[in-house]
Every structure is written in C-alpha cells, then in structure tokens.
Design a protein around this ligand. Structure first.
Ligand code: CO
Length: 280
C-alpha cells in the first residue's frame, strides 16, 4: 500500500427526522445546514417505515431542474410517473437514476398500503454545462444490480462504479459516481479503493462500523478526507452501509426548493419556466 493515502473521517453527522413530499417521514443527513453539500452530493434521505400513514401520501407531482435524483429501494414498491408520459415501477433492490437536466415534473407514489417501505433518495449535482441537458432515466431492475461476495463473508451490491472487476449498471453519468450497498458480518474488515479525485461519503443504516474514528452507529453521514482508500471495520453486530463517491464539480451552488442552479437568476428563471408550463 506504498504511496497510498488512507481517507480519514472529517465529519460525522447524525441524520435528522423530518418529512417531505405530502408527509413522508424520513431522516435527512446531507442537505442539512451542518453538512449541506459534499460536492457533488446535495442531499441524502433515508426513508423507512412500516406505518402506512408515514409514507402513503408519497411525493405527488413536483418539478426538478439542474441535478439528478437517485432512488434506491431496499423494501417496498414505488410508482414513478412524469408529465410527458414516462412511467416506471421501482421494486425492492431496484434503482432509478434520474437526470432531471432542464426539467422534469414527476410523482413518486407508494404502490402498497401496508408493509415495510424502506430506501434512499440521493441528489447529485450537475455541472453548469449539463444543467439544461435533456432529461434521462436509468431504471435498473433488482436483478440487474450485480452482487460481489467478499472472502470475509460480506456482500456488495454495485449500483454504480466498480468493485473487484464488477461494474454497476448505471452509466454515462458526468460525475462518474460510485454507489455501493455494503454488508459486512461482525468485526469484518474491508478496504474500498476509491478514485483519488472523488469525494467520498458513507452512511451506515444497520449495525455500526469503525471508519477510522471509532464506532459510528446507524443513520449517520460520514464524510472522508482526500486519499485513495477507506478502511472499514464492522461493529459487533455487523454493518450495512452505503458508500457513495463522485467527482466534485467546484462551481457555485444556488438552491431554490426543487431546483439547483449556479446563480440566483437561474433559480428565478426555473420558477418562471415551471409557472409557464415550459418544464417537462
Ligand atoms: Co422528485
């Protein structure tokens, strides 16, 4: 491992209970004031409930412009529909990587009225040159997410990026993201080699792990310093976590509700285009 630098934990933030859409309970970590932007990650929401009243109202019709929304379902099913007729269903283990570009108006509604609904939504920024591109959907079926079995008994589902010569199905994304769902048994260790130019975050959502700064419990976002690899050691009950990484963009970020642009004027224009029916 000569000349390779370990990535150190530089920030840990406990996700905050909040709600969004039409009253969906969720835990938000990235996107809160304390960890508002880990370039290019704008927001990370964990949703998980078996109480229908906490998810049933879903996310009715709303717009997006200037970034990408990534929905990864662990349990449950969601129907996605946009205003120009694209329809898709997301099931347990499936992913939708939506590049909103210049504008999408969509809804994301639960297809079940009982049982467990659990997953994540990640917002990934786009550089100026891509913010007004044509929208694009990548809908990935659960069976199309490859799984890598580790010699330590662990398992990695590869949504995007590459692990041990296994490539994830999401492709052609400008920030070259890595998106992994990793399970490690008790006390198991693993080293993630990550592209040196990328920013890297982790989010344990079952059990706990030591990422180099002591045990971190579930539902905490962890941001890492520059380096070549992340070293993880699972806690006494094992761990399951997301490992996300992407190339930073390094441009000014202006947010306005469901729009993320480079300037205030572009946000005002986005609201105007939405009101004028020029989006989606
Ligand atoms: Co949305």
């Amino acid at each position: 491992m000569e000349n390779k630098k370990i990535r150190e934990v530089i920030k840990v933030f406990k996700a905050v209970n909040t709600s969004d859409g039409a009253g969906v309970s969720l835990k938000r970590s990235i996107g809160m004031p304390e960890i508002s932007y880990v370039d290019p990650f704008l927001m990370l929401d964990e949703f998980g409930s078996d109480i229908p009243g906490q998810y049933i109202a879903g996310f009715p019709s709303h717009p997006h412009r200037g970034f990408e929304t990534v929905t990864y379902m662990l349990n449950g099913s969601v129907r996605h529909e946009d205003s120009v007729g694209n329809v898709g269903e997301l099931h347990s283990g499936g992913v939708q990587w939506m590049t909103a570009g210049r504008g999408v108006i969509h809804s994301e509604m639960p297809m079940q009225d009982e049982g467990l609904m659990r997953g994540f939504q990640l917002w990934v920024n786009l550089p100026k040159a891509e913010k007004m591109r044509e929208p694009r959907y990548q809908n990935i079926e659960p069976n199309d997410v490859p799984e890598v079995k580790l010699s330590n008994g662990g398992l990695i589902r590869v949504v995007a990026g590459e692990v041990e010569n296994t490539k994830g199905p999401v492709e052609g994304i400008v920030t070259e993201p890595v998106y992994l769902d990793v399970q490690l048994p008790p006390q198991a260790e693993y080293i993630h080699y990550t592209p040196a130019a990328h920013n890297v975050c982790s989010y344990p959502f079952e059990g706990s792990a030591d990422f180099g700064s002591g045990q971190i419990e579930r539902s905490h976002a962890v941001a890492f310093s520059w380096g070549h690899f992340v070293h993880v050691k699972a806690g006494k009950n094992g761990v399951r976590y997301l490992l996300i990484a992407a190339h930073p963009i390094g441009e000014p970020v202006f947010r306005g509700g469901p729009f993320v642009m480079n300037t205030r004027d572009e946000i005002i224009q986005a609201y105007r285009d939405y009101d004028d029916g020029k989006m989606g």
